[in-house]
Design a protein around this ligand. Structure first.
Ligand code: ATP
Length: 460
């Protein structure tokens, strides 16, 4: 897989996603709907497996982390407390020529291939950069921009029957507020002692305007994130610990070291003590994959102020009463899916001169763990028995259409780590051929040995 990443372009990946059932453009028969994507039968398995791997690592294997699933619609006061109603705004500019709207910071980051950290720039600095570097509209190629304006990306809807301001509710732009408002509930019911964390995976919504970088920035997306509540004196150590844990998780999933880097923020929110992203080398350059933020006591203090509930913790050993500091670790499930697809993609030239496309997913996240292929129609019945047996344990794909070579290629393209071929001999001795996706080597195994053999590879 060395250096194969270079071979993947966004266009190639989007085409593969569409042809193989990973991801389709949202509302496609109506001409699409900007920055929305629908996960197909193969893609939904991939994303679900990624979410499961995250939950396993950060909840199941972390005894002091508690999972929740909070409501998407929250009391609108939450968004006043969080500051989103008043100030959450992205720097937007419109192209006067084609009327498309873009985020100034992302235009600069795309133009500089991720070398310039636009989040640290003021609006004036961004406008100056765009002029001096002749940054043109990615849509029409002309440079004729409006000045930068702030634009609140929260989607607004209403509850009840009257559409008045009093009924206004927001689709959450981030999942973490669900953890903050449940801090007391979880601490009490789990009898949790600081430091502990609350985690969740769920949808967030942002009215994003983007130059169309596939799953990278969409208007609805899933976040996998946790908030660790701790004493101030431990907080910097915990912040550093999560930087390492976050990096290890994505490396273990298959992202290569050379395609990852830490990016410590120069400009911090007024309440933050430290902040960093891990960036990945996407086809369009270095971009944020996840964030780790030291948020101080800001979130719980604000909710204490706006709700009137004391968001305090009493240390059972010292009796000290305090509002905990928060370390946040947040990663987008869709953005990570995109990164893992980029990394997994390879166009391999075979000994016979043919090319195969293969997705080298870690078996734990591969959409299907095994493809079951009868060599000829006569073995279909036996192959269906194998399918019935293995599908009790993992997602299996059954395919009897076309030549065996073509069926192997299809499984390679959707990243199935093993193909089991049921042939004439199987009917006599209950053995099958098992083909490894990456090495293409084949071994012969008893049907009864298959489950354990595949299971071993799934460890994560
Ligand atoms: P960016 O600077 O890219 O807009 P952010 O700093 O606003 O991201 P956070 O609010 O910290 O991002 O969200 C945490 C994570 O959620 C991001 O690192 C990213 O993986 C994911 N994410 C954020 N916005 C989007 C989006 N519009 N589409 C897909 N994933 C997103």
């Amino acid at each position: 897989m060395d250096n194969k990443k270079k071979a993947v372009t966004q266009d190639k990946l989007v085409a593969l996603c569409k042809s193989r059932g990973f991801i389709f453009p949202g509302s496609e028969i109506y001409g699409g709907f900007a920055n929305t994507w629908d996960f197909g039968p193969v893609g939904v398995e991939l994303k679900n497996n990624i979410k499961r791997s995250w939950w396993k690592r950060f909840v199941q294997e972390s005894p002091d982390t508690y999972g929740i699933d909070a409501a998407i619609l929250m009391n609108p006061r939450v968004w006043e407390a969080s500051g989103h109603v008043a100030s959450f705004g992205d720097p937007k500019m419109d192209c006067k020529n084609c009327k498309q709207r873009f985020r100034a910071d992302t235009l600069i980051e795309a133009h500089s291939k991720g070398k310039v950290a636009a989040e640290a720039m003021t609006n004036e600095e961004m406008e100056k950069y765009i002029e001096e570097h002749d940054v043109k509209c990615p849509h029409c190629g002309v440079r004729n921009w409006t000045p930068i304006r702030k634009f609140n990306p929260m989607f607004v809807t209403s509850r009840g029957t009257l559409e008045s301001d009093a009924d206004k509710v927001y689709l959450r732009p981030e999942t973490c507020q669900g953890e903050y408002v449940n801090f007391l509930n979880v601490q009490r019911t789990a009898r949790a002692k600081v430091p502990f964390a609350i985690a969740q995976i769920g949808k967030s919504f942002r009215n994003e305007i983007t130059p169309g970088n596939f799953l990278f920035r969409t208007v609805e997306f899933e976040q996998m994130e946790l908030q660790r509540f701790c004493k101030e004196s431990d907080s910097m150590d915990i912040y550093s610990e999560y930087k390492e844990k976050a990096l290890k998780y994505i490396e273990d999933l298959g992202l290569k070291k050379e395609n990852l880097r830490f990016h410590d923020h120069d400009k911090l929110a007024h309440y933050a003590k430290a902040a960093c992203d891990i960036q990945f080398l996407f086809p369009m350059g270095w971009q944020e994959l996840n964030g780790i933020h030291h948020r101080g006591t800001w979130d719980l203090s604000r909710h204490q102020e706006y709700s009137g509930k004391a968001m305090t913790y009493i240390d059972p050993f010292t009796g000290e009463k305090f509002i905990p500091n928060v370390i946040e670790y947040s990663i987008g499930a869709d953005r990570l899916t995109f990164a893992l697809m980029c990394e997994a993609y390879e166009e391999e030239t075979l000994a016979n001169g043919e090319t195969r496309v293969v997705m080298h997913f870690h078996p734990a996240i591969a959409p299907y763990k095994v493809g079951i292929l009868p060599l000829q129609k006569q073995q279909s019945e036996k192959a269906k028995e194998v399918y019935a047996k293995l599908s009790k344990k993992f997602m299996c794909d059954y395919d009897e259409a076309g030549s065996i070579g073509k069926r192997y290629r299809r499984q390679d393209e959707i990243g199935t780590p093993f193909c089991v071929t049921v042939d004439f001999d199987t009917l006599n001795d209950d053995t099958v051929t098992v083909r490894d996706r990456d090495s293409m080597e084949q071994i012969r195994l008893k049907i009864d040995e298959l489950a354990a053999y595949i299971e071993k590879s799934l460890e994560f």
